[in-house]
Design a protein around this ligand. Sequence first.
Ligand code: C2E
Ligand code: CA
Ligand code: CA
Ligand code: CA
Length: 279
Amino acid sequence: AKETGKARCVIYNHEKFTQPEHDVSMEAAMFQAVRDGEFLLHYQPIVDARSRQIMGFEALMRWARPGQGMVSPSQFIPMAESNGLINLLGAWALKSACVQIKRFEEIAGRPLYVSVNVSPRQFRNDQFLDIMDEAMALSGLDGQQLLLEITEGILMSDPEHAEALLHAMTARNVRIAIDDFGTGYSSLAYLKRFPIATLKIDRAFIKDVPTSVKDVAICNVVLSLASHLNLSTVAEGVENEEQLEFLAAHGCGLIQGYHTGRPLLPDDIIALLKSQQTS
Ligand code: C2E
Ligand code: CA
Ligand code: CA
Ligand code: CA
């Protein structure tokens, strides 16, 4: 992929996403955008629920479309998945994120990890393992500092392939997280079959805790399940102190959400890490 390991930084208002007018023109623009380097990554802090120290970051893709602001990944990732561009974009994201996290570590003066989303098509790609190896070689990142986020559906659509791939990753100490846990076809069988390290509890279940009795029950069951299976847990979409305190008190290890840090450009993450150094 082009611009290997480089982050393209563009100034923009990162919380305002534009709606695409025509999907066809968007698709054409997308191929051009890959060539022109209009994709970039934001990094969202993932913090320890108790100490609130930053432990790692999730890399989140953005498309800075000239004259149109930010296009949301929920708009362009499905399109990239269907036209195949996700393989190129995903390889770039993986390499770029691994290189970036090394820079963050130098600033922080301690190990950090990076969480990278892997789409079904990337996961099925024969070259994925090579791309991952390249990303680690290029960056010098240890396998244990890389967490790959996949969804439940990926595992069940081709379990033989998934099993081989996941064991190859485990051999490199690369960990696997189940993203949006609980929202897919939640057969729990895959937790037994595959070497999963982490469950990311979807924002849908976090949103109304601690007021919703049902969501509290669901969170507690997931946290208990994770604890019994020795899996780590990340709560997604934590937006306030009450949610954080509930999750910390009920054994959720890691927190990700606007309350503890929005997705930011690398320079802003570096400023944040520097500001936390003395504390
Ligand atoms: P996701 O993997 O579930 O990522 C979490 C989403 O929640 C991100 O949306 C993040 O910005 C948002 N978020 C984080 N904290 C909060 C919060 O406190 N409240 C609310 N309301 N939202 C929060 P984003 O960045 O728009 O990404 C959307 C989805 O696009 C991601 O969902 C992921 O499925 C996909 N995506 C993003 N980057 C990549 C990538 O590099 N590769 C692939 N394959 N997919 C990606
Ligand atoms: Ca994710
Ligand atoms: Ca998620
Ligand atoms: Ca989600």
